[in-house]
Every structure is written in C-alpha cells, then in structure tokens.
Write a protein of this length. Structure first.
Length: 236
C-alpha cells in the first residue's frame, strides 16, 4: 500500500527544502512530487511561491525521522500521522477559478436543453445563484451577448452522473396530466436518450424476430407444397 502524502505537498516540500538537509529525492518521495519540482523550489524557479508548511507541527513528521533522513540519504521518510481527509458536504459547489467563466455557458445549455430542471437544481449542479440563472433565462445578463450554451459536463462544471441524476429528479416532478386541453400541444417531456435507444433496439429486435418467424413459415409452406407436387406426380 502506497504511503499517504502530506495534506499540502508543495508547501511541505518548500519547508523541507528550506529547513532541512534532506535530499531532493527524499523530499520528492515523501511529498509525492517529481524530483524536478523540488529542484525548482530549491533554485527558486517556480512560478508560484509557496508558503512553507511545517510537517512536524502538523504531526506528519517527527524531528527524529528528519534526523534519520539527514544521516542517511538512502533512508525513506515514514509519515508519523497521515492527514485526515475532509469531505465537504454542505455549502455551494466549489468551482476552480479556471472554470468559473464557463458557468454562464453551462447554465444557458441546461436552460435550453433541460427546461424541466428547476433553478434550485441548476444552482446546486453548477454552483451558482438564482439571480444569475434568472438573468440568463430572461436574457438580461450583463454578458448575454457573449454567452454560448455549452454542455456543463464537457467544460468540467459537473459530471455526467450528476447531470443525469438532476434530469431524472426533474422528470419525476413533472405534472402528469391525464387529459390535454383541446387544441393544446402536449407538454414536452424531458429527453432521455438512453431510454429512446433501448426502445429503438427492442423494436429492431422484435421486427427481426417477426421477420425470421415469417420466413420460417413461408419456407415450411413451400416445402409442404413441393412435397404435395411430388406426391401428385408419382400418382399420375
């Protein structure tokens, strides 16, 4: 089983470079980084300056373990206490800065392709506010001229599983009218490509089965007629 890495590997590596005599290889292996990343930190060549994080203070290393590593360059540091993973269960979805500009495009795509999804669901799926969704829906968003609908899965705003789940939940909440008003167009049902594909495949399979059955019946009838003709010719 692979050894866990520090909670903040780059910051930890930066601290170890500045405060210990450990080799770059020892630091890179302990932090789960490439040795060239550690080399760049030591040479002050990295584009991002990391604030060092003391792994001794956090309990991930001990002074004794560091001393062992400094005494033997071949020694591999062992983590004293693995960091505890913290799962985020409440609050709005976090979206990386690089993806935030794609949010309006993702919202526009959902509004156009899945109008059955509520604003609350869109907000939870994309990590946005109802004000933004309403502005895009009513086309009075400040940047509406530059918004191009894009699949939120493709641009990395959510997963396909999350989108499918939202569509499924929205579909269950749609009102099922037993009758439609005279002259009124039927309500548009949410598109379910997978269900449509399964239905088409079943129809093709049933058609092929019927065709094979009909062909077998025709062959059986033809064989019976041929046998009858042969019998009649023999009697003659």
């Amino acid at each position: 089983m692979a050894q866990p890495t520090p909670l903040m590997p780059h910051a930890t590596a930066s601290w170890l470079v500045d405060n210990t005599a450990l080799s770059f290889e020892q630091i890179s292996e302990f932090c789960g980084l490439h040795i060239l990343e550690v080399q760049a930190m030591a040479d002050d060549l990295t584009s991002t300056k990391y604030t060092g994080r003391d792994p001794v203070h956090s309990g991930e290393l001990t002074h004794a373990e560091i001393e062992k590593g400094q005494a033997d360059p071949e020694y591999r540091l062992k983590m004293h206490r693995a960091p505890v993973d913290v799962s985020r269960t409440k609050g709005p979805r976090y979206t990386p800065v690089s993806k935030r500009a794609d949010k309006p495009d993702g919202i526009a795509w959902i509004i156009r392709n899945h109008p059955e999804i509520s604003d609350a669901q869109i907000g939870k799926l994309i990590g946005t506010t109802r004000t933004t969704i309403t502005a895009i829906r009513e086309r009075n968003h400040w940047n509406i001229s530059n918004i191009t609908p894009k699949d939120p899965v493709t641009v990395g705003l959510c997963s396909q599983r999350e989108l499918d789940a939202a569509v499924a939940r929205a579909g269950k909440n749609l009102p099922q009218d037993a009758e439609t008003d005279e002259g009124a167009e039927p309500a548009v049902q949410p598109r379910d490509d997978r269900a449509i594909l399964i239905q088409e495949l079943r129809a093709e399979r049933d058609a092929a089965s019927r065709a094979a059955s009909e062909a077998a019946q025709e062959a059986e009838a033809e064989a019976w007629l041929e046998a009858r003709r042969t019998a009649d010719a023999g009697e003659a």
